[in-house]
Design a protein around this ligand. Structure first.
Ligand code: PAF
Length: 280
């Protein structure tokens, strides 16, 4: 497996693969890879001749008070996971390779990016769309793989690809959880043992909300209220949002009468975690 740091080297390799008639899959990540990322790579390896994994902690998607500086990094371990999973190339650029000092072009969006995380993290999706657009231009993948844990991000990327007529198929992959239910996340490493236990309240509320819907409850407020009550009972948890939205447009919605996303962001101590379920 190759590890490349330069855009031109990635482009040259992809061009060589294209000349051989090979298909290319892309798994964009910020590194510190876990089983969730591995499930994306596994799927990409099944569906493409060559798989590129990008590992880049994208500075422009972090707000000024967020965890850019402390975001966990371990390129050596990440490269090993990618190699074992069958990736052909890891693209791990430095910040300067992706953003020239006078970089000034951004991909902006409204609507799908406005609610949920877009409300709490106002510049986040502009940064995500911009870097993903750049990665698509560098790798020109046939397919790109994103986790449903970042469900709004998946909806945002799908909308960007549709609106800008981008020539890539977006593949969403299910959330991967720890055996006790906690959704896998690179940010779980921030949790103290006590916080790790408290963090279970997210998945417990998700499972409870989903069980209510499965039992026939369609009233969004009743579903959200019971989920919020569970979370509020955990002293270390502070709700950022617990919302129901239409799955395709991410508009706030209060009835299970169409495909919906029920999503939450909850602080456990200082760590902001997200989780969700999609009801189609
Ligand atoms: O989901 C992530 O890890 C990031 O938001 C992404 C898509 C790699 C863009 O930086």
């Amino acid at each position: 497996m190759q590890i490349e740091k330069r855009v031109d080297d990635v482009k040259a390799q992809v061009k060589a693969w294209r000349n051989e008639g090979l298909s290319v899959g892309l798994v964009p990540t910020m590194g510190y890879l876990h089983e969730g990322h591995k499930s994306l790579i596994d799927r990409a390896v099944q569906e493409n001749d060559r798989v590129v994994v990008s590992i880049f902690v994208n500075p422009i998607q972090f707000g000024p008070t967020e965890d850019l500086a402390s975001y966990p990094r371990d390129l050596k371990a990440d490269a090993l996971l990618c190699e074992n999973a069958g990736a052909a190339l890891v693209f791990a650029p430095e910040d300067g390779e992706m953003y020239a000092p006078d970089f000034s072009t951004f991909v902006d969006m409204s609507g799908v990016s406005d609610e949920l995380c877009g409300k709490s993290r106002p510049i986040h999706f502009r940064g995500v769309c911009t870097v993903v657009n750049k990665l698509f231009n560098i790798v020109t993948p046939d397919r790109a793989y994103f986790g449903e844990k970042d469900a709004q991000q998946l909806a945002v990327i799908r909308r960007m690809v549709r609106d800008l007529n981008m020539n890539v198929t977006i593949v969403g992959c299910p959330i991967v959880r720890e055996s006790d239910g906690l959704a896998k996340s690179s940010r779980n490493t921030y949790l103290s043992p006590e916080e790790r236990k408290a963090a279970l309240v997210l998945s417990q509320a998700i499972f409870a909300g989903k069980a209510l819907v499965a039992a026939g409850e369609t009233d969004g407020d009743r579903i959200l209220d019971s989920m919020k009550a569970m979370i509020s009972a955990e002293p270390l948890a502070r709700i950022d949002y617990v919302e129901m939205v239409k799955w395709d447009t991410i508009e706030v919605h209060h009835k299970v009468d169409c495909p919906v996303l029920v999503a939450m962001a909850v602080f456990i101590g200082k760590t902001r975690l997200i989780d969700n379920f999609i009801w189609e």
